[in-house]
Design a protein around this ligand. Structure first.
Ligand SMILES: [Zn+2]
Length: 167
C-alpha cells in the first residue's frame, strides 16, 4: 500500500468526532453558566443551593436551612442526588425515601458510595424501567459497568468478567 497520489484524503472529522466535540462544547458552556451563577451568588452572599434565594450564613456558602438539611441528613442528600440524576437522564423515579433509606443502610451504600470501581452504585435491575420499587439494587461500580456492557452488546469485556453478587 503506502501513500500514492490517487489516495483519498482522510475526512477532516468523522461524524462521531463532531458529535463528541459538540457534546463537550455544550458541557463547557453549561458548566461556565453554572459557575457564573455561583460566582454572582457568592458575591451577593446568597445560598448556593440551586433555586434557593436565602442569604447564606456569614462566612459560609449555604443558608441555615440548606446547611442543616445537608449535615443532618446525609441520606436525604444521597436520595435527592439520585432523584436529580434520574430526572436529568429522563428516567422515571417513584422511590419513596423510606425504601431508599432501608436499601442504603442495609447494603452500606450510605458509607461506601462513590466513583471508584469497588464503590457502590444504585442500579436499575431492568434498564428499560426507571427507579421504581422492586427495580433497584445496590451493586459495585465494576459490576454495574459489566452489566451495562452485557445489556447493550451481549458481550462482556474480559477485564469485567468476574462478577460480584449484588447486595
Ligand atoms: Zn439555601
Amino acid at each position: 500500500m503506502g501513500s500514492s497520489l490517487c489516495e483519498r484524503p482522510e475526512p477532516r472529522r468523522t461524524f462521531l468526532q463532531a458529535m463528541k466535540a459538540s457534546f463537550w462544547k455544550k458541557r463547557r458552556q453549561s458548566k461556565s453558566l453554572r459557575l457564573q451563577t455561583i460566582k454572582k451568588k457568592r458575591e451577593r452572599g446568597i445560598c448556593l443551593t440551586p433555586n434557593c434565594r436565602k442569604m447564606a450564613r456569614k462566612q459560609k456558602r449555604y443558608c441555615n436551612t440548606c446547611r442543616s438539611r445537608m449535615y443532618d441528613n446525609p441520606l436525604k442528600v444521597l436520595f435527592w442526588n439520585l432523584k436529580k440524576s434520574a430526572k436529568r437522564r429522563g428516567k422515571e423515579f417513584a422511590l419513596a425515601f423510606e425504601d431508599f433509606k432501608n436499601m442504603a443502610v442495609k447494603s452500606g451504600y450510605d458509607l461506601l458510595h462513590g466513583r471508584g470501581a469497588s464503590d457502590l452504585h444504585v442500579d436499575r435491575i431492568d434498564a428499560s424501567q426507571g427507579y421504581v420499587p422492586g427495580n433497584v439494587q445496590v451493586i459495585t461500580a465494576s459490576e454495574n459497568t459489566r452489566k451495562s456492557w452485557t445489556d447493550r452488546t451481549g458481550w462482556t469485556p474480559p477485564h469485567l468478567r468476574q462478577s460480584n453478587e449484588p447486595f
